[in-house]
Each structure stands twice: as structure tokens, then as C-alpha cells.
Ligand binder design. Structure first.
Ligand code: PDD
Length: 279
């Protein structure tokens, strides 16, 4: 596998980072994951835009979109991934400096790491739906920044795995915010409900695409969080994300959602999303 590290393409085994990298010591960095279909990076511009926003929020400079796009495309090419489905991961950390909490001054060069890997949505789950569990949202107040410091997300995901579920959904102040690595949406009486894009969630690119598709399909949308107590009343539920697509949720903890099968709104959105990415 050929990866990108600080201006160079090289075999992954040869990629080395310093133990003093702030990404390693503090989780002081941000990242993006972009999906690719037949060599086309899906909504790349929106991902690079969000990367810039995350960097700006942590006081770092942004690379030009063109540069990141070229790196991502070269990784697909060099790894023979232009033919199928893949993801490209891009991470920018604040770089290497003696361990002190505040930002190094003057700024040091960032560490930029990127790789591409084959990726496909698990077909059975996409068709039949998955089970998720609720966990308390123990994260910070800037979940809109796509930060590499993901310990609460990692712990929540592990809790889900331990409970035999596919994903954990976070509950903060009595409402569902999002999943450990996905956004959450519910359907009640035909209306799609999703947490507003504030600092308690990452404003997912998939979520934005689904809002666009809902508009096109005349599915009413309310950007309003689903309360924990309303979860059992949902007719449908789904996870949205680069590595989830539109993933039906048919069980939350031990309740069955709707009839325990993906519902009609979820199916329409899954179909429309597939058609869009395959264009
Ligand atoms: N995660 N919310 C969180 C906390 C996420 O980590 C992600 C994506 C999303 C969905 O965003 P998008 O549709 O832009 O992928 C929402 C990536 C895939 C990850 O951490 O691997």
C-alpha cells in the first residue's frame, strides 16, 4: 500500500512519524474520510471545505483544495483503486514540537498523512438494517470540529460491539445527538427528523446529501433532535455517514423500530443515494 506523508508518496511500511507529533501526544489534529466510486471522490469539495473549517477552528492554515484533491486522486491511482469503491483518509496534525499544551510558537510544519483503502458498505446490513445502543454523550462542546481526538467515540463504539450492536448513538441532555461515527435520523409520521447542525454534532456530508434528496423527493424534514423518550415512537430510524451510506436502524437497545424492517422513507433515501453516487 502506498500512503502519503508530508509531501511524499511511499510504502506504508516506510512511513514514520515522530513520537513528539502533537497528533500522537494530544490528538491535536483534524481529519476527513471521503468515499470514492469508480475513482470519483464523492462530494470532495464539501469534505475539503469542512477540513478547512476544522483547521481554522483550531488555528491552523488550510492547504489549497486542489492540493488535497490531487493527493487523494494519486492515492487511488497508485493503489489500483480507481475501479471500485474505496475511502480516502486525510489527517492534518499540528506537527512535531516539545510537549507543551499551548500551540507551538512559531508554528511548526503540520504533519499531513493520507491513505486510500478499498471499502464497501456491508450489503446484508444495508438491506436488513442494524441494531444500535444508546450511550451517554460524554464528548466536548465542539463536535462540529472533525478532530482526531476521538476517545469517547472509540469507547462508545467498543460498548456497541460488546453489546452485539453495530453502532452507538449518543444521548445528551435527553436528546439523541449522533452516532459514534455517523449522524442519526428518525422518521415520524413521514417526516425526517435530524439534530440541527450545531456544535453538538458533526455536520455530516451524507446528512447534507440526504437533506437535499429529501427535498427532491418531497419528504418533509425537521432539523430537530429526537428526544430519548420519543425513540420508541419512531416509525423509522437510520444512520448517515461516509462509511454507513443510508443505513437502516431496526432496533435500538431492545426495542424494535417500526416493523423491525427498513421503512419506506429509508428505502427511498437509500435508493436515491445509490443512484446519486453511481452517476
Ligand atoms: N465519521 N458524525 C461523526 C461523529 C462522524 O465521525 C461522522 C463520520 C459523521 C458522518 O459524517 P460524513 O457523512 O461527512 O461522513 C457524523 C467518519 C466516516 C469516520 O470517523 O471514519
Amino acid at each position: 500500500m502506498v500512503v502519503f506523508l508530508n509531501g511524499q508518496f511511499l510504502p506504508r511500511e516506510e512511513a514514520r512519524i515522530s513520537p513528539d507529533d502533537r497528533g500522537f501526544l494530544f490528538g491535536d489534529g483534524v481529519y476527513e474520510v471521503v468515499r470514492s466510486f469508480s475513482g470519483i471522490l464523492f462530494r470532495a469539495a464539501a469534505h475539503w471545505e469542512r477540513l478547512n473549517k476544522s483547521l481554522a477552528a483550531i488555528g491552523m492554515e488550510s492547504p489549497p483544495h486542489r492540493q488535497v484533491q490531487d493527493i487523494a486522486e494519486a492515492l487511488l491511482e497508485k493503489n489500483g483503486l480507481r475501479g471500485g469503491e474505496a475511502t480516502v483518509y486525510v489527517q492534518v496534525s499540528r506537527g512535531v514540537a516539545p510537549r507543551r499544551h499551548s500551540y507551538p510558537r512559531p508554528a511548526v510544519p503540520p504533519t499531513v498523512y493520507a491513505f486510500a483503502a478499498p471499502f464497501a458498505i456491508p450489503r446484508e446490513e444495508w438491506k436488513a438494517g442494524i441494531r444500535v445502543i444508546k450511550v451517554p454523550d460524554l464528548r466536548w462542546g465542539r463536535c462540529d470540529i472533525k478532530a482526531t481526538s476521538l476517545l469517547p467515540n472509540v469507547m462508545a463504539s467498543e460498548q456497541a460491539r460488546g453489546a452485539g450492536a453495530h453502532e452507538a448513538i449518543f444521548v445528551r441532555d435527553g436528546v439523541v445527538t449522533e452516532g459514534s461515527h455517523s449522524n442519526f435520523a428518525g422518521v415520524r409520521d413521514g417526516t425526517l427528523l435530524t439534530h440541527p447542525a450545531d456544535e453538538h454534532i458533526l455536520n455530516g456530508i451524507t446528512r447534507l446529501v440526504v437533506l437535499e434528496l429529501s427535498n427532491r423527493l418531497s419528504i418533509p424534514v425537521r432539523e430537530t433532535a429526537v428526544s430519548e423518550s420519543d425513540l420508541p415512537e419512531l416509525d423509522e430510524a437510520m444512520l448517515l455517514g461516509t462509511t454507513n451510506d443510508v443505513m437502516p436502524v431496526v432496533r435500538i437497545n431492545d426495542w424494535t423500530i417500526g416493523r423491525g424492517q427498513p421503512g419506506p422513507v429509508t428505502r427511498r433515501l437509500q435508493q436515491a443515494f445509490r443512484e446519486l453516487v453511481m452517476q
